[in-house]
Design a protein around this ligand. Sequence first.
Ligand SMILES: Nc1nc2c(c(=O)[nH]1)N[C@H]1C(S)=C(S)[C@@H](COP(=O)(O)O)O[C@H]1N2
Ligand SMILES: [Mo]
Length: 403
Amino acid sequence: MKTSAAQDDSTPEAGLLLPGTVTRRISPARSAAVAARVGIALGIAVTVCFVTGLISHWVQHPTPWFHWPANPPWLYRVTQGAHVISGVMAIPLLIVKLWSVFPRLFARPLIGNPLRLLERGSIAVLVGSMIFQLATGLFNTAQYYPWKFFFTSTHYAMAYVAFGALAVHLAVKLPVVRTALARPAADAARTGTGTDTPRTDTRNDDRPTRRGVLGAAIAATALAGVAVAGQSVPWLRWISVLSPRTGEGPQGLPVNRTATEAGVTDRAREGTYQLTVATGGTERGFSRAELEALPQTSAVLPLACVEGWSASAHWSGVRLRDLLTAAGGYRGGDVAFRSLEQGGLYSNTLLPDTHVVDDQTLIALRLNGEELSLDHGYPCRLIAPNRPGVLQTKWLSRIEVRA
Ligand SMILES: Nc1nc2c(c(=O)[nH]1)N[C@H]1C(S)=C(S)[C@@H](COP(=O)(O)O)O[C@H]1N2
Ligand SMILES: [Mo]
């Protein structure tokens, strides 16, 4: 009886105390050779996804020790694009990985010694949390929230569970991984080495080979990546079938939430509209005409939605710093923005001082050479470099410097 998985893990039968009739039908591709290789790719994808996800969370929920710069302006676009692309690519990898180890999940003893208990427990937590993360993330890219809990905090908390379980799993499996990687991935059972079960069925064997499974895993992962990458990578757009809001929408830019959906249509069109700017005790209102009369600045900045799509656009309007000066002066501090939109999660934002003083932070009045459309935030919206789209507040009503 084999007791150590590391002893001979090159065949699906190794360490599997299942009836011979069952093990003989298990594909040689369901092996440590395939599981370890796919596992490494999955580990890389999950690590990229975890790190970029943490960045996204900390940018959206500022913590005192986390400093996110205003430059380079495209950085968040890259990190969030990488988050969504790596997450989507992890889906086929997880499926192949689960397929390759599936018979092993029923190996005896089911529980066994404490180490085995730890291994099995971590696998249960790992598989559950990974499926949860990838499924909720994928639904999020489609703006589809078929659940009751709050996506952001749940997805964030579960990320630690998944990554922790992954770390434990890797530590426990390291010996198996090393043995598996030391040998070529080619099917040991077919070449007649490393198998302890005599084969009678090799001639009419239609079970998938290791090469076949690894090839299919690579192809599926590449396809998944390309299918979603067009949301963030302009030159991949034409082949991206999973890019919901790309290049569509008024003024060549997707719209996340329309003015009608936000219930601001009437207030945004009101002739008496004023943007209130409060700086250290003084408060001043600016009509749209008065904003247009201030010095105008242009910037090419991306909108990078947390859901994965992003698009670059040409914005122009009043530089925030100039506006604060016109309203009474800025002596430092974060700046709070409020939208005409009532309630809703995205009707407020707080802009850190690093972004407040940046040359490219604008109160935008124009987009791609035209007056800002109602759906993109008319009469005016915030657009700042290197920020998630969700913090680029539309239909501004009030700006307030927090001392
Ligand atoms: N007031 C308000 N501003 C908002 C939103 C919103 O729902 N309400 N959505 C945000 C999100 S999630 C994104 S991605 C961007 C999208 O801007 P766009 O619709 O002009 O493309 O606007 C942001 N600003
Ligand atoms: Mo967004």
